[in-house]
Design a protein around this ligand. Structure first.
Ligand SMILES: [Zn+2]
Length: 85
């Protein structure tokens, strides 16, 4: 329960400066369209910036899990790197 994540909105803005992707820790360059997930994470209001393809990895990962199970970006990253997708 303490790790419950509630996503409130997902938007796809164009980066106005360089950001870091929270899934792969890679750079999101200025001018690149990416995904911003805004929600409640562990009780705090939080925004996460992700590459569009990394966001897709999150969705793919979530679809392989039991509904209601929480997940972290680290788990998604490990899952992608394992090649188990
Ligand atoms: Zn990424």
């Amino acid at each position: 329960m303490s790790h419950e994540t509630l996503t409130l909105s997902t938007t796809e803005p164009v980066a106005r400066k360089d950001y870091t992707c929270e899934v792969c820790n890679g750079a999101i360059r200025r001018g690149v369209r990416h995904v911003v997930c805004t929600g409640i994470y562990e009780g705090d209001f939080h925004s996460s910036r992700l590459h569009s393809n990394c966001h897709q990895d999150c969705l793919d990962y979530a679809s392989h899990m039991d509904y209601g199970e929480s997940y972290t970006f680290e788990a998604v990253r490990e899952w992608v790197q394992d090649g188990s997708r």
